[in-house]
Design a protein around this ligand. Structure first.
Ligand code: ZN
Length: 385
């Protein structure tokens, strides 16, 4: 690929030249070992281009080199390019140059690899752990393709060499909390309708999204119990499937279970059938683990429209106070943000997948109960909104 950006062109040319050089070196070596060998070698480099959000282009080069019949080496090289700023971006800029984000990213990468059935028979478990340590340099091959981040691993680095290079995909929506601002999908808060009935009682609905999580959700349940507080958990179907016993525990302790879609996509981008699929599969998972249906629905990112609200057979509810817990991941920031945004009949957004949220919750509960708030579920607060 050539562009009107000389430095980009140079970068590509350098890569092609280096590939040729190592190919020629391999061929010479082969000739020295076996002078009679007449099997031709081959170097084949092809590339695919993917566009994302107008200005980003991913170039994925597949380099196949064989010095004889039974020795094929395949390697991948990627370039992620901002065509406006003419910059080549690395994974570090995608994840906001934040080491904490890198650690979360590693967790995602490993769980995707471990959940990939096709990979299991060829997976080199220990090599995989080494190749996915929290070091930026290990994730230098990636592309964005159809709202998914694709990460490539060299052949033999996480799976048996015969399998070739491995690519795994993670939906960008899943990575939203750890993406740099310009790659994030915007969150839309619910507008305060202003028709609040004032009956002199103070109520608040705490909501926890994106779980369940085996450790964080359980810790949150304990804190809630301490303050005799009821809350609403908007769960993702794919996580309920992993942790059915946690979903059941949430239900058994008298909290409300909400449906938050199966895989956390931006619903307005999906077809009607896909949206219903997200809803229904999650419903099935919730029913399978708790024996009950969900009672409310929250669209991922708060992104919805009139047609979706009509289609989903539940109250579609967003929030009025966003704790931004997914962003700061600092237990000491939770309470000040709640204090700052608090109003009667508030619906507070938190996430039961971050340890910092579980750690900061006690202070929030202590403050709100000292202010005389009653902790109710979303369904209970809706009539007052
Ligand atoms: Zn969510």
């Amino acid at each position: 690929p050539q562009t009107d950006d000389e430095s980009f062109n140079h970068f590509i040319t350098k890569y092609i030249k280096a590939s040729k050089k190592s190919y020629i070196k391999a061929m010479r070596l082969k000739q020295n070992i076996d002078k009679k060998n007449t099997v031709p070698g081959e170097l084949n480099i092809h590339f695919d281009t993917y566009q994302y959000n107008e200005k980003y282009y991913s170039f994925v080069f597949t380099n196949r080199m064989s010095a004889n019949d039974n020795d094929l080496t395949t390697s991948i090289k990627t370039v992620f390019y901002n065509i406006e700023s003419k910059e080549i971006l690395d994974i570090q800029s995608l994840l906001g140059e934040d080491d904490k984000n890198l650690e979360t990213f590693v967790t995602h990468v490993r769980s995707v690899i471990e959940a990939n059935k096709e990979l299991q028979p060829v997976l080199l478990k220990e090599d995989m752990l080494l190749a996915t340590e929290a070091r930026w340099i290990l994730f230098d091959k990636f592309a964005i393709h159809d709202d998914e981040l694709v990460i490539y691993f060299d052949e033999g680095s996480i799976a048996k060499k015969e399998y070739g290079p491995v690519s795994i995909t993670i939906p960008l929506s899943f990575l939203n909390p750890i993406l740099a601002a310009e790659f994030q999908i915007e969150m839309v808060a619910e507008e305060n309708p202003g028709n609040v009935i004032d009956d002199n009682r103070k109520r608040v609905a705490l909501t926890f999204d994106d779980g369940p999580h085996p450790k964080v959700t359980m810790q949150i349940l304990q804190s809630l119990e301490k303050y005799n507080a009821k809350a609403t958990f908007f769960m993702l179907g794919n996580r309920v499937q992993y942790y059915p016993e946690i979903a059941k525990e949430v239900h058994n302790r008298g909290h409300e279970l909400g449906n938050h879609s199966w895989s956390h996509p931006v619903l307005p981008k999906l077809s009607k059938a896909q949206i219903m699929g997200e809803f229904t599969t999650t419903e099935e998972a919730i029913f399978a683990s708790t024996g009950h249906e969900s009672t409310v629905f929250r669209p991922p990112y708060g992104a919805t429209n009139a047609a979706i609200n009509e289609m989903i057979p539940r109250h579609v509810v967003n929030w009025t106070v966003d704790t931004l817990d997914w962003k700061h991941r600092d237990q000491h920031k939770l309470l000040p943000i709640v204090q700052n945004g608090m109003h009667n009949n508030a619906i507070i957004l938190m996430h039961d997948i971050h340890q910092s949220t579980a750690d900061g919750l006690d202070a929030v509960l202590a403050y709100l109960s000292s202010e005389g708030y009653e902790f109710v579920t979303v369904s209970e607060i809706l009539p007052y909104r």
